[in-house]
Write a protein that binds this ligand. Structure first.
Ligand SMILES: [Zn+2]
Length: 346
């Protein structure tokens, strides 16, 4: 399988997890390839940092194919450098990550003028690869609605409308700038967001979307159970949103699953950090999809086939564990991290 969205931390955040540990757990979970996100510390926005990261991963000889999304900043010269890095290192560097909203790591480019200029510079550099987008529109966030005692309020502070508006903005701004690449909308949390993606595709935009296991399996009611530490960006949504996204996945409307694996220490979570760890939820999500009669061909597509096709990858096997094995592996994988956000489903 392929997980095209993980945060392996390490470096200045090795207390959260090391590269070696993340790769070891992924390998044991039958994940053959990982795409790591750039909001590390230091961030993966320069050639030096990316070369160092690729070398660190290669030295581990983990048996997992390791890839990076290079981070975009607002600086024109950095954007040109990032495009050159993808050219030089593809497919070890698979594409560019654009945080169109703030999340962990302060890489957000939230001002519309800045966002427009990023697409303009990408178009000018003739970038035709993939841009992975974190979509939450900052001006629609309502941070005063967040109550640290109840993680379910996180969804009120970062409402569904902020995701939908951000996706709509990115499609429009990319088009206006003459951007010639492919937009990938990460971790969709709303069915309305999916509809924007589908309308754009019908209009000829090269676009895809991913959904996480937690948005397929958990809702804001689970977030209220503080022992699950189920706080992440974008947040868990209502049960009706969750069900609609799950049905969309069953119907084959989601291009691929991504874990958004984002390990933290318990102390970080107590301090309000967003992100949940591990691959166990992905394995539970596959079981749930099989329970809903999703066949092997569609599973193969959502768990690596579509990624292999979009990026033209070679030599990566998509092996999905058996139904029984998914259960055993998921239990084991949950124990590799200090807390398990899927505990209630086990
Ligand atoms: Zn992420």
């Amino acid at each position: 399988m392929i997980d095209p969205h993980v945060h392996l931390r390490d470096w200045e955040q090795s207390e959260k997890e090391s590269l070696a540990h993340g790769l070891m757990v992924a390998k044991a979970c039958k994940i053959a390839a990982l795409f790591d996100m750039p909001n590390t510390n230091p961030p993966l926005t320069t050639r030096d940092a990316i070369v160092r990261r690729l070398n660190d991963a290669a030295a581990l000889d983990s048996g997992v194919s390791y890839h990076i999304w290079a981070g975009l900043t607002a600086k024109p010269e950095q954007i040109r450098e990032a495009v050159a890095i993808v050219d030089e290192f593809y497919p070890s560097v698979v594409g560019l990550k654009f945080f169109a909203g703030h999340s962990t790591g302060n890489m957000g480019l939230v001002d519309e003028g800045l966002q427009r200029s990023v697409y303009h510079h990408l178009a000018e550099a003739n970038y035709e690869g993939v841009v992975a987008l974190h979509c939450e529109k900052e001006s629609l966030l309502e941070p005063h609605l967040y109550d640290p005692a109840d993680f379910a309020t996180h969804s009120k502070a970062r409402p569904p409308a902020s995701e939908v508006a951000s996706i709509t903005d990115q499609v429009r701004l990319a088009d206006e700038a003459g951007f010639g690449g492919h937009l990938h909308i990460c971790h969709l949390s709303t069915i309305e967001g999916l509809q924007v993606v589908e309308q754009a595709r019908v209009a000829g935009v090269r676009i895809s979307c991913g959904v996480t296991a937690h948005h397929l399996l958990l809702s804001e009611a689970d977030a209220s159970n503080r022992s699950l530490w189920a706080k992440m960006n974008p947040p868990l949504r209502s049960e009706s949103q969750r069900r609609a996204l799950f049905e969309a996945a069953v119907d084959g409307r989601i291009d691929w699953l991504e874990t958004d694996h984002a390990p933290h220490t318990i102390a970080d979570k107590e301090g309000g950090a967003s992100g949940i760890p591990g691959f166990s939820g992905l394995l539970l999500a596959i079981r749930a999809l099989i329970d809903s009669k999703v066949g092997p061909k569609q599973l193969e597509r959502m768990l690596g086939g579509a990624v292999i096709e979009l990026f033209g990858l070679e030599g990566i096997a998509v092996t999905i564990p058996s139904y029984e094995e998914l259960s055993t592996l998921s239990d084991w994988a949950a124990r590799q991290y200090p807390y398990d956000s899927f505990a209630l489903l086990r």
